[in-house]
Ligand binder design. Sequence first.
Ligand SMILES: [Zn+2]
Ligand SMILES: [Zn+2]
Length: 236
Amino acid sequence: MFAERLLDTLYPRNCIGCGMSEPDPFRYICWDCWSATNRVEPPFCDLCGDPVAGSVDHEFICYSCSAEKPAFDGARSAARYDGVVGEALRMLKYEKAFWLAPDLATLMRNCLLAEFPGRAFDRIVPVPLFHVRRRERGYNQSAVLAHELGKRIDCKRRPNALRRIRPTTTQTNLTASQRLSNVHNAFQTEKVRRLTGQRVLLIDDVMTTGATVNACAKALKKGGAASVHVLTVARG
Ligand SMILES: [Zn+2]
Ligand SMILES: [Zn+2]
């Protein structure tokens, strides 16, 4: 707390959305900017968490999850990839804005408590970067988020439980099926099977088609994980 107060004196806090000084309830996002951010709101698919049009009054599984059940047991995201949350994620990923990670982790924790109430997890595991990419960037933004979230919930972190064993091109400009083959068999768990029977919470910054987290969940289950739930800050 003292360190935080010292930092606030040295670097005054401003909302990254509107510039308002000393925003609340987050450190760098004010309530108005957070309220204006689009959430991923129900009704959505019980499994992948993708929103569906219309009203649903029973447990609903979307078309793509019915066609092929994902390897993860549930996926949820705190907000849409736009507005102040999209901006914060871009700054964290490309501008080393680590000071935004605590706010993003708080959003994740709130989403976790609302969407997976009462569910316990044994391990928090971030989606890994391929080692060359990690070396180029200097850090893995998902690991930064997982580290911050770990301070806020009662769960052990396993930053290196997963490895990306081959380079994959960025998913951004790929179609859904290209995304699938791009990440197919790209992940592997640690050799020592420390994940046996573990309930894993898999962390990433953004989820789009879910191909990446699904490939990770497959690897985690192959490595012995009992369950894998996915939590991301945003949904593309
Ligand atoms: Zn603001
Ligand atoms: Zn679904």
